[in-house]
Design a protein around this ligand. Structure first.
Ligand SMILES: Nc1ncnc2c1ncn2[C@@H]1O[C@H](COP(=O)(O)OP(=O)(O)OP(=O)(O)O)[C@@H](O)[C@H]1O
Ligand SMILES: [Mg+2]
Length: 320
């Protein structure tokens, strides 16, 4: 994919943990590489603690990477730049109150974002532009919604507002960290459709972070599966869903109560807790839980193997 807008290579972020005697390095993400194409929704899936938010935070410039390169719209972001360009990849959070000021009217935040990011919009035009932003995410009539306070919006409307604010800088990529996880299932679909609309009509790419495979399947063009800080599988959504190859992906799918996902031999197994990756050894991180683990898996990390031009898995047991 040569026209990628985001190219991440060997990205790692370590955290120092523990105190005086039990110091260690927690490998939140390790050697993660992936690309995002223009107008593409890429789902980043994995269980709690697998490093999903860490990837988003490093991309947003909230954390510095320990290692690796990020090339965004053709520009390499160095350790220093990543903070300076904060906002180039805006984030939508799980809890909308994390990014919305509850004591100011809805319009205030949008107008402020426009003032900050859109010098091309004259002051007199800002209100109309804010109304247009609100309507792009289905907050209609925009002028009426802008006059409300955030608590006067439903949870779904607040998340729509989160997307409207993210859109204010006219980004080519939005980082959406569990944007629908706190919503009632009945309104989730509306928000997933907002993401599709932004992709189809605004040319925006979205890195959609979720632990919910069914929503990833519904909305994403491609999927990245993360386990304990490492990417274990990637591919077009239908390939990964119909033909999951990594034992972890298969385990993850068998634990998702979605009858449309492919059945497999892990049916009914308990996922248990993911490991905390403090001072990890050299082997595959999934090996201790893997029914297919071989000696080799304990001593070295498998590289991503191509199974098709658009599907890969990092596992010694997978035969291309
Ligand atoms: N600032 C930090 N300091 C130390 N450890 C951290 C920090 N941020 C994250 N971690 C650790 O890094 C690992 C990955 O965390 P992260 O928040 O990226 O996971 P996640 O996949 O987003 O999980 P969830 O689905 O629960 O949101 C976890 O073990 C977490 O405890
Ligand atoms: Mg998270």
């Amino acid at each position: 994919m040569s026209d990628a807008i985001l190219r991440v290579t060997d990205l790692s972020r370590l955290f120092r943990v523990g105190g005086f005697r039990a110091r260690g390095q927690l490998h939140a993400i390790d050697d993660v590489s992936f690309e995002v194409a223009p107008a593409e929704i890429v789902a980043l899936v994995g269980e709690s603690g697998s490093g999903k938010s860490t990837i988003a935070r490093v991309l947003a410039g909230l954390y510095l990477p320990t290692k690796g390169t990020i090339v965004f719209e053709g520009t390499a972001l160095g350790r220093r730049d990543s903070r300076a360009i904060r906002g180039a990849m805006p984030m939508v959070f799980q809890d909308p109150f994390g990014s919305i000021n509850p004591v100011l009217r809805v319009g205030h935040g949008l107008l402020r974002a426009l003032k900050l990011h859109r010098p091309d919009v004259a002051r007199a035009q800002r209100f109309d532009e804010a109304v247009a932003l609100a309507e792009k995410v289905g907050l209609t009539p925009g002028a009426e919604v802008l006059a409300r306070y955030p608590h006067e919006l439903s949870g779904g409307q607040r998340q729509r507002l989160g997307f409207a604010q993210a859109l204010a800088s006219r980004p080519s990529l939005i980082l959406a960290d569990e944007p629908v996880s706190m919503l009632d299932v009945s309104i989730r679909i509306g928000l997933l459709n907002v993401m599709k609309d932004l992709r189809d009509h605004e040319n925006v790419s979205i890195l959609y972070i979720t632990h919910d495979l069914a929503s990833a399947r519904y909305v994403a063009d491609r999927m990245l599966v993360l386990y304990a800080g490492r990417l274990v599988e990637e591919g077009c959504t239908n390939e990964v869903i119909a033909n999951p190859q990594h034992p972890y992906t298969r385990l993850l799918m068998s634990s998702a109560p979605d009858p449309r996902l492919a059945p497999n031999d892990f049916e009914g197994d308990d996922l248990g807790e993911p490991p905390k990756v403090i001072n990890p050894g050299p082997g595959c991180r999934f090996a201790p839980r893997c029914p297919l683990a071989m000696d080799q898996c304990l001593v070295s990390t498998p590289a991503m193997v191509a199974l098709s031009p658009t599907h890969g898995a990092a596992c010694y047991a997978v035969v291309p």
